[in-house]
Design a protein around this ligand. Structure first.
Ligand code: ATP
Length: 367
């Protein structure tokens, strides 16, 4: 097992397309790192730089103790010598080859003896649960099976690092859940250092040991899934990793009486909140941290009263309800365990421990 380390890696395409901007990322040995970000923000480029399919413009790429790319030192180790397995977004299986030959391909390039190829292909197919498909063509497999073949092909040469580019995007929602569980399981079983890129927060939250969030080629935050979700460093990360209500307003008052004033949403902030008065801010609260009640709740110190609202939408979403409440002219998204009738008046509370305050100008987390 090896670590992968990108030190101030920059990749510029043409004259001015900055795909990666001084990326500093350490993936620990055996770690499952998920790199997430919107389309076109540099995720694929990051993987290709690690694989050696792209040369960085500046910076250093390390795989274990080997410096595999450094323009300043004139070092560039080609992909075939990097011991890295890659699963592409479209899986890139050879349609005219049977599954066996697809998986055997990297070993044939390495010119391994026939008997060894046979053994390794059968072994990895067994591990991935596709042993019975070896005689078929890719088109005769389900999406989930094709994905496993792509993973088997990436793993068969026993790489030190596994790179996966949006591996679930071709799978429908139901298979995706199983496929995710499968990938997580296999990664843990093999203990292989893995970087997976995705734009889907659900992939990141369920799979990652740690998540790195990319925006326009710049790493915004690296942390545990719970850190990224609960303590996002800025509005971009907060918005990207999950649903969140955001209200513009300002901080008023001082001492024990500090309020967020956002017009319809005016709440007293917890005493330990340490933000300056009179600044323009954004208050963020995730839908599951908003509590609705038909009655006034008086015995819960964690809840901050926001006001009376009216239920506008209440949708069943399998074990929970997605509710939209209107506070005068402001809409608040809520995830609730109980259902509410349309037009029903409700009291709206925020979980004080989950309130996030961002600076309006820099959009950075203040509290
Ligand atoms: P997606 O999720 O859509 O694949 P991404 O986050 O993986 O997007 P990249 O493919 O890494 O993004 O692209 C980052 C930026 O670099 C984009 O602006 C893209 O247009 C540009 N880019 C990528 N490859 C090249 C190339 N070979 N030549 C020129 N520009 C490129």
């Amino acid at each position: 097992m090896v670590r992968v380390y990108l030190h101030e890696v920059t990749k510029i395409f043409g004259k001015n397309v900055v795909a990666l901007d001084k990326v500093e990322l350490e993936v620990r040995s055996g770690e499952f790192m998920v790199v997430m970000g919107p389309s076109g923000h540099g995720k694929t480029t990051l993987l290709r730089v690690v694989a050696g399919l792209e040369e960085p413009t500046d910076g250093e790429v390390w795989i274990g103790d080997t410096l595999v790319a450094s323009p300043r030192k004139g070092i560039f180790i080609p992909p075939k010598d990097r011991n890295v397995g890659m699963v592409f977004q479209n899986w890139a299986l050879y349609p005219h080859m049977k599954v066996f030959d697809n998986i055997a391909f990297p070993l044939r390039i390495k010119k391994l003896p026939k008997s060894e190829i046979e053994k390794k292909v059968r072994e990895i197919a067994e591990v991935l649960g596709i042993a019975e498909t070896l005689d078929r063509y890719p088109r005769q497999l389900s999406g989930g099976q094709q994905q496993r073949v792509a993973i088997a092909r990436a793993l068969v040469k026993e790489p030190q690092v596994l790179l996966m580019d949006e591996p679930f995007s071709n799978l429908d929602a139901r298979i995706r859940v199983t496929a995710r569980a499968f990938v997580k399981d296999i990664q843990k079983k093999l203990g292989i250092t893995t970087i997976l890129v995705t734009h889907d927060p659900a992939d990141a939250l369920t799979l990652a040991d740690r998540i790195a969030v990319l925006r326009r080629g710049v790493i915004q935050q690296i942390g545990l899934p719970s850190e990224i979700y609960d303590k996002p460093v800025n509005v971009f990360v907060a918005n990207f990793i999950g649903d969140i209500n955001l209200f513009d307003g300002s901080i008023v008052g001082k001492g024990n009486e500090v309020y967020f004033d956002g017009g319809d949403v005016k709440v007293q902030l917890p005493q330990n909140i340490n933000v300056q008065g009179n600044g323009s801010v954004i208050l963020g609260i995730r839908p599951e941290d908003v509590v609705l009640s038909k009655e006034v709740i008086s015995n819960n110190n964690d809840l901050i009263y926001v006001g009376k609202g009216t239920v506008e939408i209440s949708e069943f979403a399998g074990g929970k309800f997605n509710v939209m409440v209107k506070l005068q002219s402001t809409e608040v998204k809520v995830v609730s365990s109980t259902s509410f009738g349309l037009g029903e008046p409700v009291h709206v509370y925020f979980n004080s421990r989950k309130i996030k305050i961002f600076d309006k100008q820099t959009e950075k987390l203040l509290y």
